[in-house]
Design a protein around this ligand. Structure first.
Ligand SMILES: [Zn+2]
Length: 253
């Protein structure tokens, strides 16, 4: 299985990254997509993706709005051109909007520039969306992307899910599904066709409910697959096959 969203380049993994990758692969977690967060992290991120033969995306996260958006978008464009023929480079992101963080008008400008770029370079997008769904949906309508993308860490109900699906986006399902109080999300997983989902951990954050270790890792993925199978009343094997197919199709893995 593939963790479609794991920040394995962050320093939380510096002391045991090699052991983690070995353990992941021993447990059938064959690969991960490492999303980009800011220009200061791209170099390390790309080096780690190369060292561990992982997929990666390049982008600027809304938590790291740069001082000069135009300059940073130019740098991103150059990086994408440099990497566009690398088979492990699979998407633009992580980009998006977060109402709980500052500089919302700048977040909008930054996202808008990245959406335009994703269309120009024929890349799917990895989107971070917190309490901003109306604005995000309006932007996605204005920037139709034939390759689509994923609303990562999706937490909404079936109605919101359908709005994104109608625009050609998949929903990234992570550790929140293990929380019995996440009723909207669990309803979405129960009711929506499996073909619209991806699985992810968002490691090292978003540690699942009741996990013993505070740091999240891709090793939690098999539990998520079992839980999705339970909610969808299907076998774990069939769910896993479909989730792998979804990731391969979206990111052309
Ligand atoms: Zn992320």
């Amino acid at each position: 299985m593939i963790d479609t969203h794991a920040h394995l380049d962050l320093e939380d993994f510096d002391h045991d990254r090699e052991t983690l990758f070995t353990t992941m692969r021993a447990h059938g977690i064959t690969n991960a997509i490492i999303p980009g967060i800011s220009e200061t992290q791209w170099c390390k991120q790309i080096a780690i993706a190369a060292e561990f033969n992982c997929y990666y995306a390049l982008g600027i996260h809304p938590w790291y709005v740069p001082n000069n958006i135009d300059d940073s978008l130019t740098l991103l464009e150059r990086k994408i051109i440099e990497h566009k023929d690398n088979a492990r480079f699979v998407a633009l992101g992580e980009c998006g909007l977060d109402k709980l963080k500052p500089h919302f008008p700048m977040q909008l400008e930054l996202l808008s520039g990245q959406l335009t770029m994703s269309v120009r370079f024929h890349l799917p997008v990895i989107l971070h969306a917190v309490k901003c769904h109306q604005q995000l949906i309006e932007l996605l309508i204005r920037n139709p992307n034939p390759r689509g993308g994923v609303i990562h860490g999706f937490y909404g109900g079936p109605e919101l899910a359908k709005r994104y699906i109608d625009l050609g986006y998949k929903l990234g399902i992570g550790g929140l599904l293990m929380n019995p109080n996440a009723k909207k999300l669990r309803k979405t997983i129960t009711e929506i066709d499996i073909k619209h989902f991806l699985i992810e951990t968002d490691s090292p954050s978003m540690t699942p409910y009741n996990a013993l270790e505070k740091r999240n890792t891709p090793l939690h993925l098999p539990k998520f697959v079992s839980e999705i199978a339970y909610l969808q009343k299907k076998t774990t094997v069939s769910i896993l096959e479909r989730l792998n197919k979804n990731a391969s199709q979206l990111f052309e893995l």
